[in-house]
Design a protein around this ligand. Structure first.
Ligand code: NAD
Ligand code: TYD
Length: 361
C-alpha cells in the first residue's frame, strides 16, 4: 500500500486527480493537505469523502512545522504538489500572495520531504515528489512554434513568475541534493469542478445568469486546452514511468482563440438547454463584451508534448468537442454546486463536515 500526499486536493485539478486515483488504484492511501483558500472546496470531494483510503488535513504548505509533523506521522511515498495560487488576474492585483504560497510554500514542502526521505546522504527507495507546473513558465509565443521542455523559462505574469521560481527550486533540489523530483508542465485545463473565475466556467455561469461575457482585448489570444482527466492520466503515468530530474510537457494540441471558445460555448449551451428553458432566450452573441485587455496578456500558448507521449506512453483520450459538451452538461447538472460556489456557501462545508477541530481523521 503506497501513501500519496496530494497538496491542494480541494481545488479543481487536485480534486479531479484524487477521484481519478481512488477509482484507478486500489492499493493507495491519499492524504489531501489543503489550506482551503477561496479556491479550495471540499464539496468537490463529496463523492469520496468517506472512502477509507482518503484523509483530509487542513494546513498551509507554508507552515513548516505542520508539514514536517505530517511527514513524521506518515510514511509518505509520493507527493503530488498542486497547491498554489492559480489565477493570473488575481496575481496581477495581489502578487505577494503568489510568492508566499507558490514559492515559499513549495520550498517548505520540498525541504520537509527531503528531511523525511534522506538517510546518510541517500533517499529511501520508491520516493517521488511530483511538482505540478504550467506551460505559462515559458512565456508567450508568436503566431508559430511550440513550447518544448528545452524552451527557456520566460514568465511574464506574477503567477507564471512564481511558478517558474518554484520549478527552479524543485530542479535545484535534484541537482544539489539528488532529491527525487520531477516536474510536469501542463497547458490550460477545463472540466468539472473548475472555479468560475477561469474563462470556461466563468462564461458558462455568466451565460446561465444572462450576464455579459467579458472578453479581454480583441479575444484573439490563444490557449491550448486539455480536458482535466487527461492531465490526471499524464500525472499518473509520470508517477509510474517518469524519470527523476526531468520535465514533462502536457498538452492536447488544441489551440483556440478565446473568442472561439466563447462562441463554441454559446452554441453548445443553446443546443443543450431544453427549448422551454427560459435561460435559452438570452444565450447568444449579444452578451459578448470586448473589455479592457489584461495587463501583460500573453498572446499564445501551444505545447509540444511529444516527450511525454514517447517516454510515458501518454495519449489524451478526450477530444475538445466531447470534453466541452460534457463539461457544460456537468455544470447544468450541478447547479447546487455552482450556486454554493457563487454565493460563498461552500466555505461552510468544512465546518459542517469536520467541526472546529479541523482534521478529518
Ligand atoms: P485551484 O486554484 O483550483 O486550486 C488550488 C488549491 O490549492 C485550492 O484547493 C487551495 O485551497 C489550495 N491552496 C492554495 N494555497 C494553499 C496553501 N498555502 N497551502 C495549502 N493549500 C493551498 O488550482 P488548479 O487550477 O486546480 O491548479 C492546480 C495546480 O495545477 C497549480 O499548481 C497550477 O499552477 C497548476 N496548473 C493549473 C492549470 C489550470 O489550467 N488550472 C494548468 C497547468 C497547471
Ligand atoms: P484564464 O482562464 O484566466 O487562464 P490563463 O490566464 O491561465 O490562461 O484565461 C484564459 C484566457 O481567457 C486568457 O487569455 C484570458 C482570457 N479571459 C477573458 O477573455 N475573459 C475572462 O473573463 C477571463 C477570466 C479570461
Amino acid at each position: 500500500m503506497k501513501t500519496c500526499l496530494v497538496t491542494g486536493g480541494a481545488g479543481f485539478i487536485g480534486s479531479n486527480f484524487i477521484r481519478y486515483t481512488l477509482k484507478k488504484h486500489k492499493d493507495i492511501q491519499i492524504i489531501n493537505l489543503d489550506r482551503l483558500t477561496y479556491a479550495g472546496n471540499l464539496e468537490n470531494l463529496k463523492e469520496i469523502e468517506n472512502d477509507l483510503c482518503y484523509t483530509f488535513i487542513r494546513a498551509d504548505i507554508c507552515d513548516r512545522e505542520a508539514v514536517c509533523r505530517l511527514f513524521d506521522a506518515h510514511d509518505i511515498d509520493t507527493v503530488v504538489h498542486f497547491a498554489a495560487e492559480s489565477h493570473v488576474d488575481r496575481s496581477i492585483s495581489d502578487p505577494c500572495e503568489f510568492i508566499r504560497t507558490n514559492v515559499l510554500g513549495t520550498a517548505a514542502l520540498l525541504d520537509a520531504a527531503r528531511r523525511a526521505w534522506e538517510k546518510n546522504g541517500r533517499y529511501k527507495p520508491g520516493k517521488l515528489f511530483l511538482h505540478v507546473s504550467t506551460d505559462e513558465v515559458y512565456g508567450s509565443l508568436g503566431e508559430t512554434g511550440y513550447f518544448t521542455e528545452e524552451t527557456p523559462l520566460a514568465p511574464r505574469s506574477p503567477y507564471s513568475a512564481s511558478k517558474a521560481a518554484s520549478d527552479m527550486m524543485a530542479l535545484a533540489y535534484f541537482h544539489t541534493y539528488g532529491f527525487p523530483v520531477l516536474i510536469t508542465r501542463c497547458s490550460n485545463n477545463y472540466g468539472p469542478y473548475q472555479f468560475p473565475e477561469k474563462l470556461i466556467p466563468l462564461m458558462i455561469n455568466n451565460m446561465l445568469e444572462g450576464r455579459p461575457l467579458p472578453v479581454y482585448g480583441d479575444g484573439k489570444n490563444i490557449r491550448d486546452w486539455l480536458y482535466v482527466e487527461d492531465h490526471c492520466l499524464a500525472i499518473d503515468l509520470a508517477i509510474q514511468n517518469g524519470r527523476i530530474g526531468q520535465v514533462y510537457n502536457i498538452g492536447g494540441h488544441n489551440e483556440k482563440q478565446n473568442i472561439e471558445i466563447v462562441r463554441l460555448i454559446i452554441a453548445a449551451l443553446r443546443d443543450l438547454l431544453p427549448s422551454r428553458d427560459k435561460r435559452r432566450e438570452h444565450v447568444d452573441d449579444s452578451l459578448i463584451r470586448f473589455v479592457e485587455d489584461r495587463k501583460g496578456h500573453d498572446r499564445r500558448y501551444a505545447i509540444d508534448s511529444s516527450k511525454t507521449m514517447r517516454e510515458l506512453g501518454w495519449v489524451p483520450e478526450t477530444g475538445f468537442e466531447e470534453g466541452i459538451r460534457y463539461t457544460i452538461q456537468w455544470y447544468l447538472g450541478n447547479d447546487e454546486w455552482l450556486k454554493h460556489v457563487t454565493s460563498g456557501e461552500y466555505t461552510s462545508y468544512y465546518q459542517k463536515m469536520y467541526g472546529k477541530r479541523g482534521n478529518a481523521k
